[in-house]
Design a protein around this ligand. Structure first.
Ligand SMILES: Cc1cc2nc3c(=O)[nH]c(=O)nc-3n(C[C@H](O)[C@H](O)[C@H](O)COP(=O)(O)OP(=O)(O)OC[C@H]3O[C@@H](n4cnc5c(N)ncnc54)[C@H](O)[C@@H]3O)c2cc1C
Ligand code: FES
Ligand code: FES
Length: 1401
């Protein structure tokens, strides 16, 4: 490989035998390469550009995005577009130029304004997603600059606000909650209102527009970034392909060449051949085989053209989805084609929801259809093109064939090398031809639909549909006749998209009446039937009904509003304008106005604390710009030492079995495999230990028995990560189930077998008051099944009250990773991405049988933890260390996303039953809870859960509270302490009880909450000394404040009005309080002053993205600043560097978690600074007498010459428990046809005490809240019947994205003032806000209640509209089910019935 900045002319001669491209203007020339190598693999392993991160490897996260630029010499134009480097094959970038975030700018050459604005808007926390975000934004800016739009005002780009937000729609971030990222992006937009941009480092509230603009890092197009170097333009001739034999990469330039290749391939049929265009299909169908030949279809003109004439538009199969969208959107001229043009525009609009921009830029239309045809991929394109009556052209080695898309889909799978999809044609005349009506009379209706967990895409739909109907006015009936229709449904769990022929036939020629629609819906339900085993089968069928109703509902004889948009479209040009409908629609418009932007507004209110400057300043996160440019070094970015090997785990798929054998499949690819390490490789006198905490240990590898699905069985060690991963996929495990006891997979089975973990008495929470007495005082009771024996006259009987809470996966963006390097004398240096280096050190020492001082664990930064890098990071580091110890070579490992998800364990699932007694006014008098917690196979941190559950659950005055909490030991992976462990569930359980009580006595939930809020006295009863002083109890005042600041009561009234006027959309609102107890753990610190006055700080706490280093830096500057030299003001801040954690340099580092590591680390640093200042004071006073005034630098130099000890260590041991009082409100809207929930607005008031850094705390609050939205609304972490995780990637596990967060997001950080027991009066912010997201769930429940009331009013609901159990997460299917899967049919029945009644009167 060659790599230099400017090649000399000698070397720039045309060379087609090597692969040539540029990365950030550096030239790379490769004489050969394995054709299956991806661009990501190359960049991360062969170049210094590590900003491209591996987040998923399946196109689902955006961490790996780069800008790819191609030069077209014919028109001398460079085309730039973003791509996912994890799916782009290296051979396909021949002649291209790649720009990564490092290429935009760097600490050395100056950061790009994108980097600076990300830092200044506080848009980077752990930073792992940030380079990808920056490139997405850069790509959008480049696109906008290349457009023909008018020049923007100086300092802005041509980008619009909407485009700026959409630019990052496909990028995942688990830390920030997206709002600050959206602000950073929007700050470039030409139409941005600077007032809308949130809290940032650049300006202060009240600054003028001009000041704001002058403070923003200035932007000009490209800011000097050259995306395609001139030398490459001169050198590359695109018509010269790669040497096909050498690279096994074939580039046909004509159909003939392609056909010849196909023939040749056929002759040597032993070679596995892959046709490729964008290769994005690999994101879904993982490449487990090695292909011998790749055929690149992008250069065959017939496959790459777009042809448009009066018969329609023909799109070559290799045309990318982005290019197809562009073409479809182009204005089509001519009157007769205008309807066709509108069809094309709708197809384009639908295509914009497919995947993400960076995938659409390389993924082809043909690739999509072939995946749909051959592999049953749930395609959108197949469905929408089917409704448009499309045709396809197929090429074989001898002939061309034209067939309808419907015929193509129904055929047996296309033979990869023999048949090639050449083009797709959307016909014009055929689309709209029918025999029944005159041209004058007819109107063409066309709509497309998809129901997916994320509105903007990168989520496969549960069902998609597209409908084309040609309708006309019936003179006889006055209604609308369907002259012809094409109804397509897909992605619902069938082999491929279908045309609903029976429904079409039934419909044709009929007038659209309620009665006809009713019959049609029955037929649709019978037609759209998912195959056996499809998840949410009934839901999917009901979506089909909902969509068709949405399509034709507005043109029925008695039109009822479905959606303004729909009516708008139909009314605009139709001859059957319904005046009544229009009038009604106008009335509703004001209430139903939908923001066109994703985040319509946000507000951040912070109170700054200036008592301890620079502590309290909202300074930008330390290292944020480095993170943005990709220069920040994470464990996997450390260059591999010479001789390094790579590991990949082999895990069990059975919950309880004898492991008879672990071996490679015969003929499997085991290239480069060096070893297969298992428990047998653990040194003789050492322990099989993979993780440990104070409650016990967990094995590194299963011994002869495996005890849960997902358990580590062995480690494949190979020469590259790819070879290790590939080989691990080819290992066969012989699981023997003979004579084995059945595994314990449910908490009920654990109870039956008394399989529990002990909770040490000091971690057992205390019962409060006398529950029997409280029950006796109650006017009403809701009793659990077990308590039914105590029947009572005024009992409200619910015989099966259960709250079931599922798990949640951490989804840190950086997967688990470690690097172990053997050192002299049996020592081991391990770089681990961990929250608990101290425990990693102990675990490795015990597993290797060496003393702890032989193990040095180093952690600089972690790409997101959320509790998942505590216990679960330990086996990864330990396995690397064990392999390195055995093989005497460095060993590293970066888990793939699937393995990570299978092994991670996640949040604790639980089952809760309860009995509650209450007065008629809603005051609760007693609560008895039975909670079964699924803890998995080992204790992990689970014995802490009861305490963590009970503290937030006690936020209400229950009168008396008793409970029985059992930690069930089951054959599942051990559950760990995910952000807000137990606390999220505890807080939610309290709300579920309150909701239940309110519905039982038909009271407003908000009033029941209000009446049960604690007084200070009852608070003391529940929290003892932890309740603090009376003045600290801020909850009730925040509760009232929120009502005012969020206009809660006015909005309740508006929502009532909205619900009364809208049939198909219902809204709900909810206000939820939180009390959160945090326990501060001991933490060490060390501050060393260097001879030039710079300061190195070490702390036990780990920087996970939560801003710990930033707060520590501020504290060190504050602490040392108290010496008051001339230059110790804000200048000292710049002199402080927090350095990586090293277990041999600073012992007793503990575990970073529980929201308090920042405060405790700060306090440890403050103690060190105090010592240092004491040591320096005498000298300073002496020098001051001598010199008058003294600078910090002089003082330190003098101190060095006087041999003052300038390093101080401390170990902060707290004696306090502090509390948080929080409050929150949320409003949501539920779509009854799909179950989709939109969060319209969220208002948070958060008591942060005197915040150490409000910018950091704001980021924690918003980020945690959005993670909570994931738990309550979206994320389903599911297992199969053996307990093996099946939602194991970005395809099935959906964390929130920018399009699923609140549209209005307001956060106020309250400063509740001074408190001596807290670190500079601060309170934690990392975890508690996550609990607040329960409000979204409660508001959804309120909206569903409204839907059910409506059902009741139609006479279609059995039982009470309020008595229902809304699962967590309240995913689309769950919501829709509760609103009525048959709601459309019920509505039509009700309408028919009402009509009959009217006519009989
Ligand atoms: C994260 C992600 C999200 C996605 N979301 C959606 C979605 O919401 N809706 C949706 O519809 N799609 C979605 N897709 C699918 C996406 O549209 C396809 O991956 C893409 O269009 C495939 O095009 P490609 O050029 O990359 O195909 P490739 O990956 O290059 O090829 C795919 C397959 O088709 C074969 N092939 C390609 N072209 C031809 C041809 N002309 N003749 C014969 N065989 C051929 C290849 O051999 C291969 O087997 C998503 C994909 C990803 C990765
Ligand atoms: S790593 Fe490429 S998209 Fe996730
Ligand atoms: S900052 Fe986005 S994932 Fe951490």
């Amino acid at each position: 490989m060659e790599d230099h900045q400017q090649p000399n002319m000698e070397e720039t001669r045309i060379c087609n035998s090597n692969l040539v491209f540029a990365v950030n203007n550096k030239r790379f020339e490769l004489p050969n390469v394995d054709p299956s190598t991806t661009l990501l693999q190359f960049l991360r392993t062969q170049t210094p550009f590590k900003s491209v991160k591996f987040g998923c490897g399946e196109g689902g996260c955006g961490a790996c995005i780069v800008l790819l630029s191609r030069h077209n010499p014919l028109i001398d134009r460079v085309e730039d577009f973003t791509v996912s480097s994890c799916l782009t094959l290296l051979c396909s970038v021949n002649g291209c130029s790649i720009t990564t975030s490092e290429g935009l700018g760097s600490s050395r050459d100056g950061f790009h304004p994108i980097h600076q604005r990300f830092a200044g808007f506080h848009a980077s926390q752990c930073g792992f997603c940030t380079p990808g975000m920056c490139i997405s934004l850069f790509g959008a800016l480049v696109d906008a600059e290349n457009s023909h739009r008018a020049d923007p005002s100086p300092g802005f780009s041509k980008l619009t606000v909407i485009e700026a937000e959409k630019a990052i729609a496909g990028n995942l971030c688990r830390c920030t909650g997206y709002r600050p990222i959206a602000d950073a992006c929007k700050s470039f937009a030409t139409d941005v209102d600077m007032e809308d941009l949130g809290f940032n480092h650049f300006w202060k509230k009240g600054d003028s527009q001009a000041t704001k603009l002058s403070r923003l890092p200035s932007y000009s197009p490209n800011n000097g970034v050259c995306t395609f170097p001139e030398y490459l333009k001169r050198e590359i001739k695109p018509s010269l392909p790669l040497d096909s034999e050498k690279f096994s990469w074939y580039t046909p330039f004509s159909v003939e060449e392609l056909q010849n290749l196909a023939k040749a391939t056929d002759a040597k049929s032993r070679t596995l051949v892959k046709l490729v265009v964008g290769n994005t299909g690999m994101g879904y169908y993982k490449e487990l085989e090695r292909y011998g030949k790749y055929i690149d279809l992008r250069h065959v003109p017939e496959l790459s053209m777009i042809r448009r004439d009066h018969t329609g538009i023909e799109i070559g199969a290799s045309v990318t989805i982005s290019k197809a969208i562009e073409a479809l959107k182009e204005e089509t001229e001519g009157e007769s084609l205008s309807e066709f043009a509108s069809v094309l525009k709708k197809i384009a609009a639908h295509m914009e929801k497919i995947a993400t921009k960076f995938l659409r830029n390389t993924g082809s239309v043909g690739g999509n259809l072939v995946m749909a045809q051959s592999k049953h991929f749930p395609s959108d394109i197949a469905t929408i093109l089917l409704a448009a009556g499309s045709f396809v052209h197929i090429l074989t080695d001898t002939m061309h064939e034209k067939l309808t898309l419907e015929e193509f889909l129904a055929r047996p799978p296309l033979d990869n090398s023999k048949s090639i999809l050449s083009s797709i044609k959307i016909p014009c005349r055929e689309t709209i031809k029918d025999d029944r009506s005159s041209e004058m009379d007819r109107k063409l209706l066309f709509e497309t639909y998809r129901a997916a967990p994320r509105p903007l895409g990168n989520a496969l739909p549960f069902l998609n549909a597209a409908f084309l109907a040609k309708v006309s006015h019936s003179k006889s009936s006055g209604g609308i006749i369907i002259n012809k229709c094409q109804l397509a449904f897909g992605a619902y769990g069938t082999k491929h998209a279908i045309r609903a022929r029976k429904v079409e036939d039934f419909f044709t020629g009929k007038t659209v009446t309620i009665g006809v629609l009713y019959e049609v819906m029955k037929l649709v339900k019978a037609t759209v039937v998912p195959e056996d085993g499809t998840s949410y089968a009934e839901y999917r069928s009901s979506l089909a009904v909902g969509f068709l109703f949405h399509f034709l509902g507005p043109v029925t004889d008695t039109t009822e509003k479905i959606s303004n948009h729909c009516l708008d479209e139909y009314n605009s040009s139709s001859s059957y304008n319904d005046a009544k409908v229009k009038e009604k629609q106008n009335q509703l418009d004001h209430a139903n106005a939908k923001a066109s932007t994703l985040i319509s507004s946000s507000k951040q209110v912070v109170q700054l604390n200036r008592d301890y400057l620079p502590v309290g300043e909202p300074i930008a996160k330390s290292g944020a710009a480095l993170q943005a440019s990709g220069e920040a070094v994470y464990v996997d970015d450390i260059s591999s030492p010479a001789n390094c090997l790579y590991g990949a785990f082999v895990y069990s798929t059975k919950p309880f079995a004898r492991v008879k054998g672990i071996e490679f499949k015969s003929k499997s690819p085991t290239d480069g495999v060096a070893a297969l390490i298992s428990f047998k490789d653990i040194p003789k006198f050492a322990e099989n230990i993979g993780s440990m905490f104070m409650f016990g240990t967990e094995s590194l590898f299963a011994d002869e028995f495996t005890r849960y699905a997902g358990e580590r069985l062995a480690l494949v060690v190979a020469d590259t990560q790819r070879n290790a991963d590939l080989a691990a996929n080819h290992v066969v495990v012989d699981h023997d189930l003979d004579n084995m006891e059945p595994p314990i997979l449910t908490v009920e089975e654990a109870v039956e077998k008394s399989s529990f973990f002990e909770v040490p008495p000091r971690y057992c929470p205390k019962q409060v008051g006398d529950v029997s007495k409280g029950m006796a005082e109650a006017d009403h009771k809701i009793l659990s099944a077990e308590d039914l024996s105590s029947l009572h006259a005024n009992l409200l009987l619910y015989d099966d009250i259960q709250i079931k809470l599922g798990s949640q996966y951490f989804f840190y963006m950086e997967n688990q990773t470690a690097l172990a390097v053997p050192d002299e004398d049996n020592c081991m240096v391990v770089y681990s991405s961990t929250q608990c280096p101290q425990y990693v050190q102990t675990t490795i020492s015990r597993c290797l049988g060496i003393p702890e001082h032989n193990v040095r664990v180093i952690t600089r930064r972690v790409g997101g933890g959320f509790g998942g890098k505590a216990m679960k990071s330990m086996p990864v580091a330990t396995a690397c260390a064990l392999a390195a110890h055995k093989l005497r070579r460095p060993v590293r490992m970066y888990l793939d996303r699937k393995t990570d998800m299978v092994m991670a364990g996640g949040r604790h699932p639980m089952k809760v039953t309860y009995s509650v007694g209450f007065k008629s006014n809603g005051k609760i008098t007693a609560l008895q809870l039975d909670i079964l917690v699924n803890a998995g196979i080992s204790p992990d941190m689970s014995p802490l859960i009861p305490e963590h559950l009970l503290a937030p659950l006690s936020k209400y005055d229950w009168g008396a509270l008793s409970f029985d909490i059992k930690l069930c030991k089951t054959n599942h992976s051990s559950k760990s302490a995910m952000r807000g462990p137990g606390e999220v569930q505890g807080s939610y359980i309290a709300e579920a009880v309150i909701e239940h009580v309110a519905s039982a006595i038909s009271m407003e939930v908000d009033s029941v909450r209000n009446i049960n809020l604690h007084s200070y006295n009852s608070l003391s009863l529940f929290y003892g000394v932890g309740s603090g002083e009376r003045s600290e109890y801020t909850l009730t005042s925040i509760w009232d404040k929120l009502a005012t600041s969020s206009s809660f009561h006015q909005r309740v009234a508006m929502i009532d009005q909205f619900n009364a006027c809208n049939v198909w959309q219902k809204r709900g609102i909810s206000r939820v309080p939180i009390v959160h107890q945090t326990v501060v753990a001991p933490f060490p610190g060390k501050v060393s002053i260097l001879s030039d006055g710079s300061v190195a700080v070490e702390v036990g706490g780990i920087e996970l993205g939560q801003g710990l280093w930033t707060k520590v830096k501020q504290m060190a500057a504050f602490g040392l600043g108290s010496i008051k030299c001339e230059t110790t003001g804000s200048g000292l801040l710049e002199k402080v560097r927090v350095i990586q954690s090293d277990t041999l340099s600073l012992v007793q580092g503990g575990c970073t978690g529980g929201s308090t590591a920042s405060e405790a680390s700060c306090e440890a640093v403050r103690l060190c600074c105090k010592v240092l200042v004491e040591r320096l004071t005498t000298l300073k006073e002496k020098l001051q007498v001598q010199k008058g005034s003294i600078t910090w630098e002089t003082l330190i130099l003098e101190a060095y010459s006087e041999s003052v000890n300038l390093s101080a260590s401390s170990y902060f041991v707290p004696g306090i428990t502090s509390k948080q009082y929080l409050n929150y409100g949320a409003a949501v809207e539920v779509n009854l046809l799909t179950g989709e929930t939109s969060i319209l607005r969220s208002d948070i008031i958060y008591d942060c005490g005197q915040s150490l850094n409000p910018a950091v705390d704001l980021g924690q609050i918003e980020g945690a809240f959005v993670q909570g939205i994931g738990f309550f609304m979206l994320e389903e972490y599911l297992t199969n019947s053996d307990g093996l995780v099946v939602t194991d990637g970005t395809w099935t596990y959906k964390i929130p994205t920018i399009d699923t967060i609140p549209k209005q997001f307001n956060v106020e950080i309250l400063n509740s003032g001074h408190h001596q027991d807290r670190v500079l009066s601060s309170k934690a912010s990392g975890e508690p806000p996550l609990l607040l997201a329960a409000s979204v769930h409660c508001a959804t429940r309120a909206a569903i209640r409204e839907a059910r009331k409506q059902l009741l009013s139609w006479g279609c609901l059995d039982g009470s509209p309020s008595a229902f159990d809304l699962k967590v997460p309240a995913a689309m299917a769950t919501v829709k089910e509760l609103c009525g899967l048959g709601i459309v049919e019920r509505y039509l029945e009700w309408k028919m019935c009402s009509k009959r009644k009217t006519s009989s009167n």
